[in-house]
Ligand binder design. Structure first.
Ligand SMILES: [Zn+2]
Ligand SMILES: [Zn+2]
Length: 177
């Protein structure tokens, strides 16, 4: 099976193979026809997970092949108040709290207003962002730069230990290269 096809397009293929109209499928699921139309056109949040799983069961599609409904977005502003502090390769980095939304949406950070990223900012790298890491798992690019007020800290580890009392604990990461 072609894995580059979107999940909406895959559902459309299955529907047409069975000779069903969008209205037929909408009636089977108990949703509006326009919802099916938007979903097949790539609007992945048109159907909630419950209906996506029902579609997988109906067409015998492996749910693991369903395109993830949500992408991880992060704010790239290192001084954003949402930043968590991390050690990435021995340097302090800010990693903003992640937000989940439909892939490709334009989102602005609710805390600082900066345009949020849903892809790695590293040159030529388009990896989706990780929810649990502070750096790209493919190229190692950190999601946010070093906050300017932390650039001249002599012992970043000690600093984080002393100053992250409002966070559970700082997380140390060695990014892959
Ligand atoms: Zn922000
Ligand atoms: Zn990357």
């Amino acid at each position: 099976m072609n894995t580059s096809i979107s999940f909406g397009a895959l559902v459309k293929q299955h529907r047409q193979l069975q000779g069903l109209s969008q209205i037929d499928l909408a009636n089977t699921l108990g949703v509006h026809q326009s919802t099916i139309s938007r979903f097949e056109a790539g609007q992945t949040d048109a159907l909630s997970e419950k209906y996506v799983l029902a579609l997988c069961a109906y067409f015998n599609i492996d749910p693991a092949s369903a395109r993830p409904l949500e992408a991880v977005y992060v704010c790239p502003n290192p001084t954003c108040p949402l930043c968590y502090l991390f050690l990435v390769n021995g340097q302090i980095r800010g990693k903003p709290a992640s937000i989940l939304a439909s892939p490709g949406k334009t989102l602005f950070c609710g805390a600082c207003g900066t345009l949020m990223l849903d892809q790695c900012p590293g040159a030529g790298c388009k990896e989706p962002l990780s929810q649990t890491n502070a750096a790209c798992t493919s190229c190692g690019h950190a999601y946010a730069e070093i906050p300017p007020y932390l650039k001249n800290i002599a012992n970043p580890k000690d600093y984080l230990q002393q100053h992250n009392t409002n966070r559970e604990k700082y997380i140390e990461i060695t990014a892959k290269h």
